[in-house]
Design a binder for this molecule. Structure first.
Ligand code: ADP
Length: 479
């Protein structure tokens, strides 16, 4: 599998389909070993400007093309991705460190957005309306223009296709800046897009310094839309940079997801779903439960079962069989988990399992459960690693107060068998998404996105394409 991944590794960026190299290069490592697996060009302002110009030049033809033709392209791209699942999964496992099986799963998940939006291209519906002025108003959904996409390292494939799928369906062109930790998956996906018949100018992938490239993309008047997935501080800055040119902006930012377990819940289910939700990508997802609240009467039972399950999780490098949790992406990610653990312990939290770096060394950390202590930190900071802090609570109002006392509002989870309570909490919780009795809420057909400082805009679902279209009204005066 590793070889299939390396066969897709390209050490050049793409400007309008053409490979671009540079003397200065950025190394990309395997998080499991720290070994360099390859380099990408360190491109800057000049190359970004060329990519923007290409996206601008390609826009008129692509945006006016038959949407069925764009759907056909998307389906062909999806077919090539399916065909290359093993290679793409292996490449992603190499640069991100996630277990190979999980990486293959992400390829399928990423591809589900392309398949879904191929259908949406065929359903770019408009409306007709009689006007009080005696006219007929027709609406058209038109592509917003050339887009800039800045994507993170935690889902190198899915965070890209979730943007490119609807953008291409709507008729937008794009310049992509992938995360420097995981650029190879994006480059491999781009190569497959060109092979599937995408007009070359419709897509460029620029690697290099994020602030430089981001600065040029956001300042350009030719770019009409920015979609960003990443941290809230960077998102805030990018939104500010987009203000002078009044770009449309979508922001998928950080979260501090609460997971609430009521005493009437199926505790075994809650434990299994906590594990499933938390340990995807080794705890490095923006929808991972960041803080667990358990009703006091079942807190010990839940926490003990959870610790027993977590203690069994196999940790290791991506290509070892059966591995469920891999290394963290970089050294400072490990330091952050250690810091959060130390702080919850200092406030009275007890370690039930794990509690230290893993014997494998490097960027591996033991899957860890704590019980008790102060939850304040976890309302405001994402741990982004394999630590589950569990806090007992006494009433629904109390726990909702804690859950909502956060500047973030992305994902949330509630476990209860009481339908009234599920609806009450599901409606009152301040989050863009709420899983009831499940830790798995992400699919191409569900609207993904946050409220408050977790961002704005929705990806996936029937709403996803709205981020890439403007509504044009044509008023017809009929005799
Ligand atoms: P994470 O904590 O997930 O790495 P970041 O927000 O730092 O979150 O990174 C997400 C993406 O944003 C990456 O592609 C990164 O290169 C990019 N990025 C980071 N800083 C900037 C910036 N100042 N301008 C533009 N993009 C940035």
């Amino acid at each position: 599998a590793r070889d299939a991944g390396l066969a897709l590794l390209r050490e050049h960026a793409f400007i309008a389909g053409e490979p671009v190299a540079s003397a200065k290069r950025i190394p990309v490592d395997d998080p499991a070993t720290g070994e360099i697996i390859g380099h990408v060009p360190d491109l800057g302002a000049a190359e970004t400007e060329r990519a923007i110009q290409a996206a601008h030049d390609a826009f008129p033809d692509w945006s006016r093309s038959d949407p069925h033709k764009r759907a056909t392209f998307l389906r062909e791209w999806a077919r090539l991705i399916d065909e290359n699942t093993e290679g793409l999964g292996a490449l992603m496992a190499l640069e991100n460190g996630k277990p190979f099986e999980e990486a293959r799963g992400e390829v399928a998940y990423a591809n589900s957005f392309i398949k879904w939006f191929a259908g949406e291209a065929e359903r770019l519906l408009g409306e007709t309306q009689d006007s009080p002025l005696g006219h007929v108003i027709l609406t058209f959904r038109e592509a917003v223009g050339p887009c800039a996409f800045i994507t993170p390292w935690n889902f190198p494939a899915a965070m890209l296709t979730r943007k490119l799928g609807p953008a291409f369906a709507a008729g937008c062109t794009a310049v992509v800046k992938p995360a420097s930790q995981t650029p190879f998956t994006a480059l491999a996906l781009a190569e497959l897009a060109y092979a599937a018949g995408l007009p070359k100018g419709a897509l460029s992938v620029i690697t290099g310094d994020a602030a430089t490239i981001g600065g040029v993309l956001t300042a350009s008047p030719l770019i009409r839309k920015l979609s960003f997935t990443g941290s809230t501080p960077v998102g805030r800055k990018l939104a500010e940079q987009c203000a002078p040119t009044l770009k449309r902006v979508s922001m998928e930012l950080g979260g501090a997801a609460p997971l609430i377990v009521f005493a009437d819940a199926d505790i075994d289910l809650a434990v299994a779903e906590t594990v499933r939700g938390k340990f995807r990508n080794s705890g490095q997802t923006c929808v991972c439960p960041n803080r667990v609240y358990v009703e006091a009467s079942v807190a010990d039972a839940y926490a003990e079962k959870l610790a027993a399950e977590v203690a069994k999780i196999p940790v290791g490098a991506a290509f070892e069989t059966g591995v469920k949790v891999g290394p963290l992406i970089e050294d400072k990610a490990i330091a952050k988990v250690e810091d959060h653990l130390a702080r919850v312990q200092a406030s009275g939290g007890k370690v039930l399992t794990g509690g230290a770096r893993h014997a494998l060394g490097g960027r591996f950390f033991q899957p860890t459960v704590t019980l008790g202590g102060d939850d304040e930190l976890f309302r405001h900071e994402e741990t982004f690693g394999p630590l589950i802090p569990v806090f007992p609570f006494n009433s629904e109002d109390e726990v909702l107060g804690k859950a909502n006392d956060s500047e973030f509002g992305l994902a949330s989870y509630v476990f209860t068998r009481d339908l009234d309570r599920a609806m009450r909490v599901g409606r009152r919780i301040e989050a863009g998404m709420c899983g009831v009795n499940t830790g798995l809420i992400s699919t191409a057909v569900a609207p993904f996105g946050g409220v408050k400082q977790s961002g704005y805009g929705r990806e996936g679902s029937v709403h996803g394409i709205d981020e890439y279209v403007d509504i044009k009204a044509v008023t017809l005066a009929l005799k």
